[in-house]
Design a protein around this ligand. Structure first.
Ligand code: ZN
Ligand code: ZN
Length: 275
């Protein structure tokens, strides 16, 4: 059974690449058997490592995580090898994306495109107003309360709001980080690899790779969905919610139907436990 792991990285870890950060203290976490390794510096900046090969065998970061988390053995069959994430392709997907394919939220910080980052406090407030209205409402309320006692400058609000709310604000911004992942998570496909044709497998690996925010993606693979759910996610993530357009591409729609059906039939050890 797969258990997510969180570890402190050895000292000194390569310095964080975020501008003006340079922190070399970091923790890493693996969430899913086929997901990326996410490394977080002490200031909360994220970097994802798609290539599990680096974390096993003679890889650069071998033995940091347990074998249960990374998978002791490299993939054996040609089919299993297809499930190895292609780091370059994943980077391209995130680079091209402006928003999460599932919820549409733009990331607060874009790892490849600083022009899309939230740069000023004004940007941050506008982002919350549009994408996290609940947090925005709480922010406004908190600032209004503080303003009854003292003046709050537009740049000074962060330090004046309650710590718990500040943490939620930071978390909401961090959770908007984009990751490349598959519409049908690989953890759901792995048990049914033999049920797929090579064409279906290639479709699942190459055409279903999209950019998803951490809020949508964390633990997503754990949820067993039915066929219709996977089809709905496909329509949303790949065709912007336009089902007619998705169905009009008959060839791909049929491939997607097969992949969705196979994934819906897959049973993971964790499913049986909760059932
Ligand atoms: Zn950093
Ligand atoms: Zn999302």
């Amino acid at each position: 059974m797969f258990a997510p792991e969180l570890i402190d990285l050895p000292d000194p870890w390569p310095a964080c690449r975020t501008a003006r950060c340079g922190s070399s203290v970091a923790v890493a976490r693996i969430d899913a058997p086929y997901g990326p390794v996410v490394v977080t510096c002490e200031n909360g900046h994220y970097r994802t490592y798609q290539k599990k090969g680096d974390f096993r065998g003679r890889g650069r970061y071998a033995r940091l995580f347990s074998e249960a988390a990374v998978g002791a053995l490299p993939p054996r069959t040609a089919r299993e090898r297809r499930l190895e994430p292609n780091e370059r392709r994943c980077a391209e997907i995130v680079e091209d994306a402006e928003r999460c394919a599932l919820c549409g939220t733009p990331p607060a910080e874009h790892p490849f495109r600083p022009d899309l980052d939230l740069r000023s406090d004004r940007d941050v407030w506008a982002w919350f107003q549009r994408w996290r209205p609940q947090v925005y409402a709480e922010l406004r309320e908190a600032v209004t309360i503080v303003q009854q006692r003292e003046q709050v400058t537009f740049a000074g609000w962060r330090l004046k709001i309650p710590a718990a709310l500040r943490e939620r604000v930071v978390e909401a911004l961090e959770e908007s980080a984009l990751q490349a992942d598959h519409v049908v998570p690989f953890a759901r496909l792995a048990p049914v690899l033999d049920a797929l044709t090579m064409r279906e497998l290639d479709f699942a690996v190459h055409q279903l790779l999209v950019a998803i925010c951490r809020r949508c993606n964390d633990g997503r693979w754990r949820t067993a969905l039915v066929r219709e759910d996977y089809l709905r996610e496909y329509v949303r993530a790949v065709h912007g919610g336009d089902e007619r357009m998705a169905r009009a591409d008959t060839e791909r729609w049929q491939l997607m139907e097969s992949v969705a059906l196979a994934a819906a039939r897959a049973r993971l050890v964790t499913d049986e436990r909760s059932a």
